[in-house]
Design a protein around this ligand. Structure first.
Ligand code: 5GP
Ligand code: ZN
Length: 114
């Protein structure tokens, strides 16, 4: 997708601080962190929202969740714990319409993105 911010980040057209990457997914620090650790995990393939996930995407979703484990270990929040959030559409708080999962941690979480 030409004008999608997260596609641009995936292509390297917009810089980001990579936390973890493989051929299917990219994890990078959120530009406006809501917690000491706030990482965005995206599939490199453009899928707009959680509602657009179809059975053919099951491997992609597995890749995303496997990346969460990597991110938690890399950031050192695996043992203490963290929260994952996927916002969907306007009332869910979705602003970027490229499927992404937030990984939040590094403190005792209250209502951040909950
Ligand atoms: P949403 O509200 O769509 O679930 O989350 C989008 C997230 O992307 C927000 O937390 C926002 O701070 C982050 N974000 C938006 N634009 C950029 C960007 O250009 N770079 C990075 N690293 N994060 C971004
Ligand atoms: Zn995209």
């Amino acid at each position: 997708m030409k004008d999608c911010i997260f596609c641009k980040i995936a292509r390297g057209d917009i810089p980001s601080n990579t936390v973890y990457e493989n051929d299917k997914v990219l994890a990078f620090d959120d530009i406006n962190p809501m917690a000491p650790v706030h990482v965005i995990v995206i599939p490199k393939k453009h899928v707009a929202t959680l509602l657009d996930v179809i059975p053919e995407h099951v491997d992609m979703m597995g890749d995303i969740f496997s990346a969460v484990t990597e991110v938690a270990r890399i950031k050192g929040i695996d043992e203490k714990g963290f929260r994952t959030v996927i916002n969907c559409n306007e009332e869910g708080g979705q602003v970027i319409f490229h499927l992404h999962l937030h990984v939040l941690g590094g403190k005792k979480l209250q209502d951040e993105l909950a």
